[in-house]
Design a protein around this ligand. Structure first.
Ligand code: ADP
Ligand code: ASP
Ligand code: MG
Length: 456
């Protein structure tokens, strides 16, 4: 058995879904369980209409609602058999009527609590999985739909829920595994539910994580993540096009890249895969003959010390300088308590005798955090910064790597450095406008010659 996950662009239209069906058809012998994301940019559109409703602009919310319904109707009509049109009508009616009722509730509430974020955003995968099932049947695949919310069970941390593994695995083993012996199971990624049946989601980009959870639960021999690029590349193509394909990478390296911004993989994906030692492949649904990237449990030896460069834009650096001359005992604890209190994760930290700089992604509670910190320190906030992260096995144990990094960056002002806490990475922070130059310089330095065994 294998899990094949198709992301938003891979199911964005009738044509794309047809491509997916032929990729699946060629792998029927491996008994695929198919996990799909919402079609195209549906999740963003759902959140946008909810934001309009919350702001009291019901008309605009309903205009976006009608537009999204029409989009699903148009693409699905082209993808399914004419005899299934009444079924499609029922599916759309049921989902979009419910959705409209929730938008109304949000307009009355005037706020957007996390339970509602999950409810609203769940419609994307609920619709796509139902539509892909009908399309598969039309295209000759014996497909069965399973609502992921009945088998992927999580805690109650809405918008960032974590799976309750034993329960989830038991359900997957009991329900999905036997079904997949006979039929192509189609499930929505991203969505799940609590034990008492409330809809939750695994966080943005979470369909990759769903695929890994499902793969681990059914004992899959492989988890395939089908997307819109040829695999993991040596740099983020949105920042710098022209990177090389990484053919082989370890779980640890892939997790680090994902965590530091390589959107191609959700950072939690590797957790269930590592636990059950299931290889993860990243493949291109528009170029299925490309071998993609294979993520494996073993170390990947190569002469290229850096495997890939990840980046995160729009991060914020918080500079905190103690009001006392020398760093007093308890200073770091008080700093981290402030971030902890407001549930704001800190990514990078660097310290000196009297000051600490750290980076955060989420600035929702920054005002509150700064107010607390100002009791003990001077605080300065720099927005529009970017982190660049070099990832490679044993990077910190390689002599001369810092000299190469700083040599390459001789024209860029490096704001922060973090090295040594993980053997796998070295990270720097630069001003947002310097990001592309920094990535280009580092890419030239580390990938001018490549090991053909590991890079494509
Ligand atoms: P999907 O909808 O299939 O889940 P995503 O948009 O989430 O696709 O992820 C794929 C995108 O990740 C690519 O189109 C690419 O722009 C981006 N990306 C960022 N860093 C990398 C990287 N190192 N290698 C490949 N893609 C990357
Ligand atoms: N549709 C969800 C999102 O856009 C999950 C995913 O695509 O992985 O975040
Ligand atoms: Mg994704």
């Amino acid at each position: 058995m294998i899990v094949m996950k198709f992301g938003g662009t891979s199911v964005e239209s009738a044509v794309a879904i047809e491509r997916v069906s032929s990729i699946v058809r060629q792998r029927l012998a491996q008994k695929p369980v198919v996990v799909v994301s919402a079609m195209g940019k549906t999740t963003n559109k759902l959140l946008a209409m909810a934001a309009e409703a919350v702001a009291g602009r019901r008309d605009e919310a309903m205009r976006l609602h009608a537009e999204l319904r029409q989009f699903h109707l148009d693409e699905a009509t082209k993808a399914i058999d004419a005899v299934d049109l009444p079924k499609l009508d029922c599916i759309l009616e049921e989902h979009f009527v419910e959705l409209a009722a929730f938008l109304d509730e949000l307009a009355d509430l005037g706020e957007f609590p996390p339970q509602y974020v999950d409810l609203i955003s769940s419609y994307g995968e609920r619709l796509s999985s139902a539509i892909v099932t009908l399309a598969f049947r039309h295209l000759g695949l014996d497909a069965a739909h399973v609502d992921s919310r009945t088998v992927v069970i999580t805690d109650r941390r809405h918008t960032q829920a974590a799976p309750l593994y034993p329960r989830t695995y038991a359900k997957l083993e009991k329900i999905v595994k036997p079904l997949a012996e006979k039929q192509v199971v189609v499930m929505g990624g991203f969505i799940a539910s609590t034990q008492d049946g409330f809809t939750t989601t695994l966080g943005r980009g979470g369909s990759d994580f769903s695929a890994a959870i499902i793969g681990a639960g059914i004992g899959a021999s492989e988890i395939q993540i089908w997307t819109d690029v040829d695999g993991m590349l040596t740099c983020d193509p949105r920042i710098l096009p022209g990177g090389h394909r990484v053919k082989l990478i370890s779980f640890g390296e892939a997790a680090e890249l994902a965590y530091f911004g390589a959107k191609v993989l959700h950072p939690a994906t590797v957790v269930p895969a590592i636990e059950k030692n299931i290889p993860v492949l990243i493949l291109n649904s528009r170029n299925p003959s490309s071998e993609g990237t294979r993520i494996v449990g073993d170390r990947v030896e190569t002469t290229n010390i850096v495997k890939s460069i990840a980046c995160k834009k729009d991060i914020t650096v918080v500079n905190i300088r103690s009001l006392r001359m020398l760093m007093a005992h308890g200073f770091l604890r008080r700093i981290f308590e402030a971030f902890d209190k407001y549930e704001t994760p800190v990514d990078m930290v660097s310290t000196s005798e009297v000051s600490v700089s750290l980076t955060i992604d989420n600035t929702d509670k920054l005002e509150e955090i700064c107010t607390e910190l100002r009791h003990i320190a001077e605080v300065k906030v720099d927005r529009d910064q970017a982190a660049v992260c070099l990832v490679g096995d044993n990077i910190t144990h390689t002599p001369g790597i810092s000299a190469r990094v700083f040599g390459a960056l001789s024209k860029v002002n490096v704001r922060m450095i973090s090295q040594g806490s993980s053997v796998l990475n070295m990270s720097i922070v630069v001003a947002g406008p310097d990001l592309r130059d920094a990535v280009e310089a580092l890419h030239t330095e580390f990938f001018s010659t490549i090991d053909p065994e590991v890079f494509g």
